[in-house]
Design a protein around this ligand. Sequence first.
Ligand code: ADP
Ligand SMILES: N[C@@H](CCOP(=O)(O)O)C(=O)O
Length: 291
Amino acid sequence: MITVRAPATSANLGSGFDVFGVALDRPADIIRVERAERTTIEITGVGSQYIPTDPEKNTVGAVVDALDAPARIEIDKGVRPASGLGSSAASAAGAAVALNELYDRGLSRTDLVPIAAEGEAVVSGTAHADNVAPSILGGFTIATADGVESVDTEIPLVACLPEIAVSTRDARRVVPETASMEDLVETVGNAATLSVGMCQADPDLVGRGMADPLVTPARAELITGYDAVREAALDAGATGVTVSGAGPSMLAVCRGPDRRDVATAMLDAFAAHDVEARAYQTQISDGATIL
Ligand SMILES: Nc1ncnc2c1ncn2[C@@H]1O[C@H](COP(=O)(O)OP(=O)(O)O)[C@@H](O)[C@H]1O
Ligand SMILES: N[C@@H](CCOP(=O)(O)O)C(=O)O
């Protein structure tokens, strides 16, 4: 049996829609695989009752097919589904790493990214790699049609998950189909600033570079209390705040000493809007680990 811990991730980071992602040091899914004639999936953990065990509908099923690696698969969910923290991706990434090992396929971590992304197509309709890339490779990742780059870096983060359901499929429907040249220029500048900030492990630059006039405003409307939570986090010292992935989680970048205050401020602001939430005081981390 092979066991893999695959971390949650936060995709987009505002200015990098469908391209940027970071691995979080918690929460994580645990995936266990052993060879079998026929693929079966058992799921335990947070939100497991909402996740299909049919391999045709679970993200890990697409990975099994791509690697031609039938298995008995156990998924212990640490990442709540429909969270904006790459829940579906964590399972797909963990399965890709585990099945590659179990069947001795010899693929590199980079080779596994497009394979795991096939799982994302099952649930969101698009094989976007911005969650599976950091869950497999760790660090800050840039996933494009031409491949994936990753940068090891250290940035303190707060990921705040409210008890609101937003599916990635639904949140993709509100993304505008066109953009003005002015907004594109602003976004390119912000994305470049963010990338430099990641390379320099500079929370100020990363926070500044997360600003996004294109996708985030439409998605923020799906999150009760978004503006108040964002303001509260900034007042408590966050250097930038945005929607994590497709939401409903919100991601705040901060300096290490401010992380606790930022987490408390975000929870209090959600509570003021009668929304229960939990905050992960976290940081950019390694990718999937074979235990
Ligand atoms: N292994 C899996 N883990 C989590 N969700 C899964 C998995 N397989 C299929 N799903 C489905 O994917 C959807 C959650 O994915 P998504 O909307 O992208 O949220 P998240 O942002 O948490 O990844 C749910 O409908 C869930 O049932
Ligand atoms: N780029 C995708 C990312 C979805 O992330 P998730 O964690 O919400 O699955 C998008 O924005 O749709």
